[in-house]
Design a protein around this ligand. Structure first.
Ligand code: AMP
Length: 287
């Protein structure tokens, strides 16, 4: 695997040594099998893979979360090498933002910025667009691979692609889970052993909602699931939402559940904020 730190060297290398089309997998490092599933998904499409690791300061609305973000670069390089990734782009903050992180472009994301993650993490998706737009212009991939674990982020990136008329196609990869069902996440490393045991309650709460949709009002079901999380040891629930997959607006109480309704949740276990989502028909996964 070739490791490159500068955008100009990256462009030169890609031009001369990587065949097109190729796929791009942007990450913030602290890699786990969920990230590697994205690499494998690109490889199944017979595409060479370029990955990046960059912990983007502009997408952290909470500076403490940025400082606490796990960094395991040595192990990450080994994992990407073993996975058969061809190129790793590893820029510094000044390489990504040569004129600083103020006065960056903003993007008209509409209601995606005011619902769910947008509401609870103000500015987060602007930061995501700033870094992904920059990365895409540096890497110029034909295919972008991202995880459904960040369902709303995938919607935001599709919006970015449309807004900017970018010539790249987003492919999304299903969420990889631990054996007990917890969605794999770099943030799981920050959980204490006790919190790690409690964390499964988030997936269980989403499954509870999916299994009981139709038996009572959606809002009552969301409230029950949130109560289950607090009962299980979560300190704060940002939301549990039964939402339309195209807009992430809540499905109206008493309306029939659309086939592709999405159930999304975000909650804190101590200082660690976890998110997860499932389709309401995804109840088959055994626990
Ligand atoms: P991150 O490093 O957390 O920014 O994630 C980088 C990419 O990996 C994003 O597209 C995520 O959606 C994806 N990802 C993170 N966790 C998982 C998972 N458990 N399964 C599949 N994809 C994931």
């Amino acid at each position: 695997m070739t490791i490159i730190h500068q955008a100009s060297a990256l462009a030169h290398f890609l031009e001369n040594h990587v065949s097109r089309p190729f796929a791009f997998v942007p990450t913030m490092g602290a890699l786990h099998p969920g990230h590697l599933a994205l690499v494998q998904m690109a490889q199944k499409m017979n595409l060479p893979v370029v990955a990046s690791i960059f912990v983007n300061p502009t997408q952290f609305n909470d500076p403490k979360d940025f400082e606490a973000y796990p960094q395991t670069i040595g192990a990450d390089i080994q994992k990407l090498t073993s996975a058969g990734c061809e190129v790793l782009f590893l820029p510094t903050v000044s390489e990504m933002y040569p004129t600083g992180t103020h006065n960056l472009p903003t993007y008209a994301l509409g209601s995606l910025e005011t619902v769910l993650e947008g509401k609870y993490r103000p500015g987060h998706f602007q930061g995501v667009c700033q870094v992904v737009h920059r990365l895409l212009s540096m890497v110029q991939p034909q295919v972008l691979v991202m995880g459904e674990k960040d369902f709303q982020q995938c919607m935001v990136i599709n919006k970015l692609i449309a807004l900017e008329g970018l010539e790249v196609t987003l492919h999304t990869c299903p969420t990889l889970r631990e054996a007990d069902g917890l969605a794999m996440s770099s943030r799981n490393m920050r959980l204490s052993p006790q919190e790690r045991t409690q964390a499964i309650a988030l997936y269980k709460a989403l499954q509870f909602v999916a299994a009981n949709a139709g038996t009572q009002s959606y809002r009552a079901l969301e409230a029950q699931a949130a109560a289950q999380l607090l009962e299980a040891g979560f300190s704060k629930v940002d939301y549990i939402s039964i939402a339309h997959a195209e807009t992430l607006f809540p499905v109206e109480d008493n309306a029939p559940l659309p086939a592709n309704a999405r159930i999304l949740g975000a909650a804190f276990l101590g200082n660690v904020r976890l998110i997860d989502n499932i389709g309401w028909q995804d109840t088959a996964t055994p626990l």
